[in-house]
Design a protein around this ligand. Structure first.
Ligand SMILES: [Zn+2]
Length: 222
């Protein structure tokens, strides 16, 4: 039996789209919330909107451009290059506390529409050094949010312990491998589907897909 209402924190990328497809199998009513934080590629928001429209779920964009008043980084400033994490430093795509803010706003939105569950595609397995994507943080925030609003909201993190190959498997199990592969945008260069193929995000995504398809091939061959 499906549960009531849920809000999916949605960016139009592989992970959150997989979460959205998963949520549609679990809940009676699913809502999406997307954050406009002045992404380098406004294409990201268009992509998310089109997916939400095609899956027939409400789509809400919250203006979070104010975070640019706090920090400069590669995702929002076109003059800063996207670099990998090196020398123990965080990657240049990092906005400190971004996920913390997004989850907090998503929780207030969920509360306002009477949704109990908030689904986020954060993942500790592949986490690129973002401390607010870790399980311990999400659990701690969950407690704080409920204290803050005197509610019993629940963050759901279906991808928390999956690697990228397992996330592709989940999409495939949901009958949506091609949908996720062709429709989502994860590339830092703003190219949908398989993307530019060379940015850190594309490499992670492609390696996961290759691993999953090889494993699938292997298990079929047995
Ligand atoms: Zn790319």
């Amino acid at each position: 039996m499906k549960k009531g209402k849920a809000v999916v924190v949605f960016s139009g990328g592989q992970d959150s789209t997989t979460c959205l497809l998963w949520a549609l199998t679990q809940y009676e009513e699913v809502f999406t919330v997307t954050f406009d934080y002045g992404q380098r590629h406004i294409e990201e928001i268009t992509c998310a909107e089109e997916i939400a429209h095609d899956l027939n779920v409400p789509f809400k964009v919250l203006d979070m451009t104010l975070i640019n008043q706090l920090s400069a980084n590669a995702l929002t400033r076109s003059d800063i290059a996207v670099t990998d994490a090196t020398d123990g430093k965080l990657p240049s795509t990092f906005v400190p506390g971004r996920n913390h803010l997004f989850l907090s706003f998503a929780a207030v939105y969920a509360q306002s529409i009477g949704a109990r569950d908030i689904i986020t595609g954060v993942c500790e397995t592949d986490f690129s050094g973002y401390p607010d994507c870790r399980d311990v943080f999400v659990k701690a925030l969950n407690v704080s949010i409920n204290l803050a609003m005197d509610t019993s909201l629940q963050f759901q993190t279906p991808l928390m312990w999956l690697d990228k190959a397992q996330t592709w498997k989940l999409a495939d199990d949901l009958g949506a491998l091609e949908f996720v592969r062709t429709r989502t945008l994860t590339c830092y260069e703003g190219i949908r589907g398989d993307g530019c193929g060379t940015c850190p995000s594309c490499v992670l995504r492609q390696n996961g897909l290759t691993t999953y398809l090889e494993e699938k091939q292997g298990s079929v061959a047995k």
